[in-house]
Design a binder for this molecule. Sequence first.
Ligand code: C2E
Ligand code: CA
Ligand code: CA
Ligand code: CA
Length: 279
Amino acid sequence: SKASAHNGCLLYDAGMTECYSAYLTLGGGLRKAIEEGQFELYYQPKIRSTDEYAVGAEALLRWHHPEWGMIPPDQFIPVAEESGLILPLGEWVIRRACQHIQEWQSLGLPPINVSVNLSGRQFLQHDLVDIVQGILTETKIDPKYLELELTESMLMSDAHETIKKLHAFREMGIMLSIDDFGTGYSSLAYLKKFPIQSLKIDRSFIQDLGVDSDDDAIVKATIAMAQSLNLKVVAEGVESRSQMNLLTNYQCQEVQGFLFAKPMSSTDFVEYLNNRGPD
Ligand code: C2E
Ligand code: CA
Ligand code: CA
Ligand code: CA
């Protein structure tokens, strides 16, 4: 039977994606995982280049599976997306991030901006705007501290509906950014049609900064053009001081990467912010 094939599959490393898929589609496995608190949000600081203080964070989902250990998001998110379970999971992510923003502020930490990744299917959800509004009302946070990270492909599908949705978020006061910039087919000129405030240059362009002169040119030009369009630029995946030096020269406003910090639990992030947060 299907079920026993899936059960057998759980024993192997190969084809694990199909195992997760099987697991997730089995009677509310994902909802159970949410209820049992197997998911956690980690936070990776966003560092301001001028003084290297943390001025924001990106929420990154972690699944602590009781048997399989930590499962990386790249492996279960596409599967959750396929099964539609990304909708309750994605809603949980937004709610949890807003609760953390609220919690950190009540601890007296300097308020910072927290960004949350949206998946394609989640973005297409017709009542997404109402869901986010409900979470903001529930957690009573100032919407300007919440940022939604979108990808270029999400914007390409249905420009009219997309623009309407983005304007609704902007009217609520939420910040919008483009993730993995440079990996899609859009141009900055095209993106300017959308009410976005920042873009994140994909790690693949940062990796060989200072080594591959094409990447140097692309990153430098992207930052310059984004600035002329009044968009903030965040560089992803900064791992070395030499990459950082180049990005500072190019006047990239913010960076994220292992050079500064890996994603960490909310508890660890509170401690991090106490030491490296803005005044
Ligand atoms: P992303 O949005 O591009 O997130 C950045 C990824 O790069 C994170 O991986 C982060 O840990 C990693 N990273 C950060 N700095 C460095 C660095 O200096 N070097 C290297 N090698 N990697 C770095 P992570 O947490 O495994 O997430 C992978 C992807 O999963 C994310 O890519 C995002 O697309 C997706 N994801 C994570 N959380 C969520 C979520 O809550 N919802 C949705 N829809 N997707 C999520
Ligand atoms: Ca992201
Ligand atoms: Ca990214
Ligand atoms: Ca990525």
